[in-house]
Design a protein around this ligand. Structure first.
Ligand SMILES: O=C(O)C(=O)C[C@H](O)C(=O)CO
Ligand code: ZN
Length: 284
């Protein structure tokens, strides 16, 4: 029944911390921006050497989509040595993991534990398909596959209207929530009229991070800032595109209108507040 896919996967290798400083616009985009992550009826995967993350976009339309094995990972099945978090940013859908079906509505999350063999993604309505964002990292042990609805997330109210950064952060996979080996994941929603995320900005030498921007209307973009605090660079980002953030890079953005983004991290610890913050006055 399902379309058995050996998904398309692309690889990228990170430039060094010194190199990005001399990059022009296209080189920055080629190295740090994932432009095409979602396409109807496809599984698209991007692998990076940043903590060996794989970011994927999955939009089932005519038929369910199954993640097959990937030759470059030398695995029999995708989750053989990996864990993954999935957040649905589209219409309602189902994820079936080894025979158990999870209904995953818009903004809900499914953690998929290491060892899960058959993972199949389906949209409930092909006219309004699900859009599953997958973020995966290597895992050393199995944690149970777990579904979370928005009300299960830990909610943090951040920022203020005065600084145009009023937002709600939803933590799904974290130290006190869904258990994982290294993945920490959730999403942040900007209040209407607020545009800045993650300002004051930070790095975290212990982890790398990936931001997927969504609910950005076609006439708007997010101006994402990356780089070391004393030498930042802009990436203009459209809806459903992602920015890679090495451990030495800040990751902050301002939208031309409000928007949401999924943040996800892998690395050496899972302490969400283990950040190296920088005063706004130090940014260049
Ligand atoms: O709104 C925010 O601030 C964030 O979402 C911050 C990210 O979660 C992050 O960068 C965590 O390290
Ligand atoms: Zn961060």
């Amino acid at each position: 029944m399902f379309k058995y896919e050996f998904p398309a996967i692309s690889y990228r290798f990170s430039p060094s911390v010194g190199e990005y400083r001399s990059f022009g616009t296209q080189q920055l985009r080629d190295n740090f921006l994932i432009e095409k992550l979602f396409a109807d009826g496809e599984i698209i995967l991007h692998a990076t050497d940043l903590d060996r993350a794989i970011a994927g976009g999955i939009i089932p339309t005519e038929s369910p989509l199954k993640i097959g094995s990937i030759d470059a990972l030398r695995c029999d099945y995708f989750f053989e040595r990996r864990e993954g978090g999935v957040i649905n940013i589209g219409g309602a859908g189902t994820i079936e993991v080894d025979g158990t079906k999870y209904e995953v509505a818009n903004r809900e999350c499914l953690y998929i534990g290491r060892g899960s063999k058959e993972v199949v993604f389906t949209s409930s309505d092909k006219a309004n398909p699900a859009a599953f964002y997958l973020l995966s990292y290597p895992a050393h042990k199995e944690y149970p596959t777990t579904h979370a609805k928005i009300e299960d997330a830990n909610k943090l109210e951040l920022g203020s209207k005065d600084t145009c950064n009023e937002r709600t952060l939803y933590q799904y996979i974290h130290e006190n929530g869904i258990k994982s080996c290294q993945l920490v994941m959730g999403f942040t929603e900007l209040a209407v009229g607020s545009v800045w995320n993650t300002m004051p900005s930070h790095t975290h030498f212990r982890r790398s991070e990936i931001y997927l921007y969504f609910d950005v209307s076609p006439e708007n973009q997010v101006l994402h800032l990356m780089g070391q605090p004393d030498e930042t660079r802009p990436l203009w980002i459209k809806n459903r595109q992602a920015a890679l953030s090495p451990s030495w890079s800040i990751h902050s953005g301002a939208g031309t209108a409000s928007y949401s983004f999924i943040w996800g991290m892998g690395g050496e610890n899972q302490r969400f507040d283990d950040m190296d913050g920088f005063p706004i006055s130090d940014l260049k």
